[in-house]
Ligand binder design. Structure first.
Ligand SMILES: Nc1ncnc2c1ncn2[C@@H]1O[C@H](COP(=O)(O)OP(=O)(O)OP(=O)(O)O)[C@@H](O)[C@H]1O
Ligand SMILES: [Mg+2]
Length: 411
């Protein structure tokens, strides 16, 4: 009898071990599948999220039939005919044009639904790949909402770190470390927001405008121009940048809040709108995989508003800001185009933004590929012209002109 029980116990222990092995194999297979899917879908993915319309943007003049026909309960000229397709209806010509994306999110999409599309990229960062996620769009289109989001319904930044923590918790046999840094690029100057926050008391507003301006200049940092292969093993492209170790969501949110406050305080002191700068949350993931130590970088980027400013309408500081934004967004577009052409020369040095991001755009070594993703966010709008303007930008995978030509918007 005892022998039988011992036999049964041994059997169930063996079964449990086998089950555990099977789970491991399944997880490995899922990861490989996901990886393969990423390769098939390409390294650059473009998604589009349409922000809910504000009350005053709803169109009372659109006939109920037209609204229903276009599926636009939001009183918008934008429709969602099929998965991955966004349609813009031009009532004046009665024509509808469609734009294709890797994913399209209608206004009712939740932060979680948006995050789920991004999640495979975050997982690949935990596998040692460099990743870049951008929010691109006009002012007010929802970039900050999508990346940062309200505290009780956070966006991609917090959710990405939560997922990294949960991967680390599931894989206890690997050692992990996570650090975050925050940068702002304003008029081609790169600022270390966490360092600034420390010197102005967390950006609580107590410091005088002069002290904040002095801190902003003191924490303006240099970006190394070294090729990826020559960077130190910790991949610090910005020497001396403050990295904050984080191991739970509360620590992440505290760090993000500090950086956001420092950015807003600097903007007030410098009399600028914070949306006129690019904001970067950089995440450094260090771990050991199959006995080998790796460092992977993920940049989560809230780009400055993309609208083109007519030079005749602005002057002085605003003109300088607009020029700096146009320059850096064009530089980003040029880098993407050169990478897609597999050009011998990739013009990273043409802007601070592309210099800071270069390791995550090009792949940091022969072994580790780079993953990048572009997000496009549009305001829900009644005006087809504004929607087309929003859809023409330098970061389209095929280039704005190609897409607009393909769709007959321009000749
Ligand atoms: N999906 C959404 N659901 C609810 N509210 C949203 C959503 N997206 C944006 N908003 C709201 O719309 C307003 C503008 O959004 P947000 O500040 O994110 O725009 P932005 O693109 O960052 O603009 P800027 O270029 O000026 O920084 C905010 O009040 C934000 O809370
Ligand atoms: Mg914003």
């Amino acid at each position: 009898m005892i022998g039988k029980v011992v036999g049964q116990l041994a059997c169930s222990a063996e079964l449990a071990a086998l089950r555990q092995q099977l789970t491991g194999v399944e997880a490995e297979r899922d990861r490989a599948l996901q990886e393969r899917q990423q390769v098939l879908r390409g390294n650059i993915r473009v998604m589009c999220r349409v922000r809910p319309a504000h009350q005053q943007q709803q169109s009372p003049s659109r006939s109920p039939a037209a609204t229903a026909a276009f599926g636009a309960a939001h009183g918008s000229c934008i429709g969602y005919p099929l998965e991955g397709l966004l349609a813009v209806h031009d009532a004046s010509t009665a024509r509808q044009r469609e734009f294709e994306f890797d994913a399209v999110f209608a206004p009712e999409a939740s932060q979680q639904q948006v995050y789920e599309e991004v999640s495979p990229l975050v997982r690949s960062c935990a596998d040692g790949y460099n990743v870049c996620i951008f929010a691109y769009g006009q002012t007010g289109s929802g970039k900050t909402y999508t990346m940062d989001g309200p505290a009780d319904n956070p966006g991609i930044n917090t959710r990405a770190l939560q997922e990294l923590f949960s991967i680390a918790a599931d894989e206890v046999d690997h050692s992990w470390s996570f650090q975050v840094a925050m940068l702002e690029i304003y008029n081609e100057a790169v600022r270390d927001l966490l360092a600034m926050s420390a010197s102005i008391g967390g950006g609580s507003g107590a410091a005088s405008a002069a002290a904040v301006a002095a801190a902003a200049s003191a924490h303006t940092v240099e970006v190394s121009g070294l090729p990826a292969g020559e960077l130190p093993p910790n991949m610090d492209r910005v020497p001396g940048l403050v990295w904050r170790k984080v191991s739970n969501t509360a620590e992440v949110q505290a760090a993000l809040r500090e950086g956001v406050r420092a950015r807003a305080t600097a903007a007030t002191a410098l009399n600028a709108a914070s949306s006129r700068s690019h904001a970067l949350v950089s995440v450094k993931v260090q771990g050991v995989r199959e006995g080998k130590a790796f460092t992977a970088m993920m940049h989560l980027v809230d780009l400055a508003g993309s609208e083109r400013v007519d030079k005749s309408e602005v002057a002085g500081q605003q003109l300088k800001e607009a020029q700096a934004i146009n320059k850096s967004l064009s530089a980003l577009g040029d880098v993407v185009a050169a990478l897609q052409r597999r050009g011998a020369h990739i013009p990273f040095r043409n802007s601070k933004l592309t210099q800071v991001l270069q390791d995550s755009l090009s792949g940091s070594s022969k072994v580790l590929l780079s993953r990048r993703q572009w997000r496009l966010l549009r305001p829900s709008t009644q005006e087809p012209a504004a929607a087309f303007e929003g859809l023409s930008h330098p970061l389209q995978p095929h280039g704005p002109a190609d897409i607009l030509k393909d769709h007959g918007v321009i000749d």
